[in-house]
Design a protein around this ligand. Structure first.
Ligand code: HPA
Length: 238
């Protein structure tokens, strides 16, 4: 089974907000819908009800594992730090830097399961990324750029000095959710390709302050990414 995890901007889509099923597992509650055999999981819950630092990432990933999900395309709205991916563009995530803290980001916490040190040399699934890139090109988009995503804890946005430091560290884009989710998906053995779309220049990069794309542009981008994700899933073996 395949799943799409969606966040900001996508949680208004009816597939991520209507007919939700609730489940409870050992980590807590999660919700998703299943449409034509694909799971749609809104990480913030419909209406963006749960802020990034309070998402129950373990319950969400466990819910996917319990459904037998083997492949995930995870979609993230982000801020742009470099010109590699400017606002209004989307791309694949090549790697991440984790600046989140205080989150339950492992199934192997030494309490419920013994410690385990999962390798992260290849943070995302190469075949799934390649399938997404092929699908995007076939649909008439340019080859998706590959970016480095830095995860901040939020919910506040960053300071200009933080963004400057993150650029010096090699980050192209900034968001508040990817690292925690990617860590748990990897531990759960679920293949994951992360796709990001930028909705603003990060702090200090725009003379006007931080200003976000219009809702309509965000909706168009998120529609495009959901449809590319679904086409990617149809193109790979089930
Ligand atoms: N910073 C952090 N998270 C974000 C941003 C940002 O500028 N834009 C969208 N998610």
């Amino acid at each position: 089974m395949k799943a799409i995890i969606g966040g900001t901007g996508i949680d208004g889509d009816r597939r991520f907000s209507e007919g939700m099923e609730w489940v409870v597992n050992r980590y807590g509650q999660a919700m998703y819908s299943v449409i034509d055999g694909v799971v749609f999981l809104p990480r913030h819950a419909p209406g963006h009800a749960i802020p990034p630092h309070r998402i129950n990432y373990r319950a969400n990933v466990q819910a996917l594992a319990d459904l037998g999900v083997d492949s995930v395309i995870s979609i993230y709205a982000v801020g742009s730090i470099t010109r590699r991916m400017s606002p209004g563009r989307f791309g694949l995530v090549r790697d991440f830097i984790d600046f989140a803290f205080g989150r339950e980001n492992t199934f192997y916490d030494g309490v419920e399961a013994p410690a385990k040190h999962t390798p992260f040399v290849t943070p995302f699934d190469s075949a799934l990324k390649a399938a997404f890139a092929r699908t995007a090109i076939e649909a008439g988009h340019p080859l998706p750029v590959e970016t480095v995503y830095i995860t901040t804890n939020g919910p506040r946005l960053e300071t200009p000095a933080e963004i400057e430091a993150f650029r010096n560290m090699g980050a192209d884009i900034v968001g508040m959710t990817l690292a925690t989710e990617a860590e748990l998906l990897m531990e759960a053995g679920i293949r994951n390709a992360a796709v990001a779309y930028s909705i603003n220049w990060a702090a200090g990069l725009d003379a006007e302050g931080v200003s976000f794309l219009e809702d309509e542009s965000i909706r168009r981008l998120s529609d495009t990414l959901i449809s590319l994700a679904l086409r990617t899933f149809s193109a790979i073996p089930s």
